[in-house]
Design a protein around this ligand. Structure first.
Ligand code: XMP
Length: 327
C-alpha cells in the first residue's frame, strides 16, 4: 500500500524478512501508480537512487529510464560500476552521459567554493533536463527521497531535494518508493533487491563530488591526483578491514606546492591530505586514528603512485571546528 508518511507504528526494517515484505508491498504500489507509463530517474550511483532504480526495475522493467550523468567529479570506477550493475547485470534502460568536459570547462578558473557548488548543481539539472526533453512519453520522475529528508525539510533544516530546479516545461508526477525509510532500512532493502554490498554500504559522498576535495580552481591534473589518491585510500581501508567501520575517509589535494626531492632531483609538487572521520549525525565528528603501519604504507603508496604529490599530511581536526569537507 502506498503511503505518504511513515506510520507511527511502523516496525523498523532490520531483517531480510521485513525488507522482503516492504519490497512486495512497494512493488504492488508502484505498479498501481505507474501502470504502463514511463518513469525517469537520475541515477547517481549513490545508495538511495540505486535502491530506487533496483526497485523500479523489478516493478516496471524497461518502463524505467535511468540517466547517469558523469560530471567528471566521480570517484575512480564509479561510472563503470553504475554501467556494469544497472545496464549489464540488471538490464536497466540506462542512458549514460559523459559530461566531464562540459562541467570542467564551466568550472575552469572558478575559485569560490559556493560558486563552484552552484555551477555543479545548476549544470547537473541542465544536463538532466536536456536528456529528459529528448525522451517521449515520460510521466513520472522517480527520486531517492528518504524519511530524514522529509523530516529535515519540515523542520526547516534543509530544502528537500525534490524536482524543484527542473525547468517549468518538464512537469512530472513524483515516484518516491523509499520515502518512508531510514537510511539503514534503505540499505537492507537494497541488499535484498540484489545490489552489491559495496554499493549499498558505501560511505557518504557529496553531490559536488571530488570538486570539493580539489579546493580552489579545479584543474584536470590536480583532480586526477585527488581521484588516484582516493582510490588508493579506499583500497587500503578495504584491505585493512576498515571499510564499513570508519564513517567517511577521503583525500584532498590543496592548491599549493612545496619543495621535495626524488631520485636526487628537486621536486615542486602538491601535498595530499588524508581525512578519516567517525560520527553518528555528522554534526559532531571525531577523527579515526590509524595504525602507524597503515600510515607508513599509505604515505609510500601515494607518493610513489600518484603523479604530482610529494608529501602526505593527515588532518586530525574534529568537527567542530572543522567541517568534514574542505569547501
Ligand atoms: P560537512 O562538510 O558539512 O559535511 O561537515 C557533512 C556531511 O555531508 C556531506 N556533504 C554533502 N552531501 N551534498 C551531499 O549530498 C553536498 O553538497 C554535501 N556537502 C557535504 C559530507 O561528505 C559529510 O558526510
Amino acid at each position: 500500500m502506498a503511503t505518504d508518511r511513515r506510520p507511527d507504528d511502523m516496525v523498523r526494517i532490520t531483517t531480510p524478512e521485513l525488507a522482503d515484505a516492504f519490497i512486495e508491498d512497494q512493488l504492488a504500489a508502484l505498479r498501481a501508480q505507474i501502470g504502463d507509463k514511463k518513469v525517469l530517474l537520475a541515477l547517481s550511483g549513490g545508495v538511495d537512487s540505486s535502491v530506487v532504480a533496483a526497485m523500479l526495475i523489478k516493478a516496471v522493467g524497461d518502463q524505467l529510464v535511468c540517466v547517469h550523468v558523469n560530471h567528471g567529479l566521480l570517484r575512480k570506477g564509479e561510472p563503470e560500476q553504475v554501467i556494469e550493475v544497472f545496464r549489464n547485470q540488471m538490464k536497466a534502460n540506462l542512458i549514460y552521459v559523459d559530461a566531464t568536459d562540459r562541467f570542467l570547462d564551466k568550472l575552469a578558473g572558478v575559485t569560490d567554493p559556493e560558486t563552484k557548488r552552484k555551477i555543479i548543481g545548476g549544470e547537473f539539472i541542465e544536463v538532466f533536463a536536456e536528456e529528459a526533453k529528448k525522451l517521449d512519453g515520460i510521466e513520472f520522475l522517480a527520486q531517492g527521497t528518504i524519511w530524514p529528508d522529509i523530516l529535515e525539510s519540515e523542520a526547516g533544516i534543509k530544502a528537500h531535494h525534490n524536482a524543484g530546479g527542473l525547468p517549468e516545461d518538464l512537469q512530472f508526477e513524483l515516484v518516491e518508493p523509499v520515502k518512508i525509510l531510514f537510511k539503514d532500512e534503505v540499505r537492507i532493502v537494497g541488499e535484498r533487491l540484489g545490489l552489491p554490498a559495496n554499493m549499498v554500504y558505501r560511505q557518504p559522498f557529496p553531490g559536488p563530488g571530488l570538486g570539493v576535495r580539489c579546493p580552489g580552481a579545479i584543474t584536470r591534473d590536480r583532480l586526477e591526483a585527488v581521484r588516484e589518491s582516493d582510490a588508493i585510500l579506499r583500497e587500503e581501508f578495504a584491505k585493512n578491514g576498515l571499510e564499513g567501520k570508519v564513517w567517511q575517509y577521503f583525500t584532498v589535494v590543496p592548491d599549493f606546492k612545496s619543495t621535495g626531492v626524488k631520485d636526487g632531483k628537486r621536486t615542486f609538487d602538491w601535498p595530499c591530505i588524508i581525512r578519516a572521520i567517525n560520527t553518528t549525525d555528522v554534526m559532531e565528528v571525531t577523527v579515526e586514528h590509524l595504525s602507524n603501519e597503515l600510515i607508513d604504507h599509505l604515505v609510500k603508496r601515494i607518493i610513489s603512485e600518484v603523479p604530482g604529490i610529494n608529501r602526505v599530511l593527515f588532518d586530525y581536526t574534529p568537527k567542530p571546528p572543522a567541517t568534514v569537507e574542505y569547501e
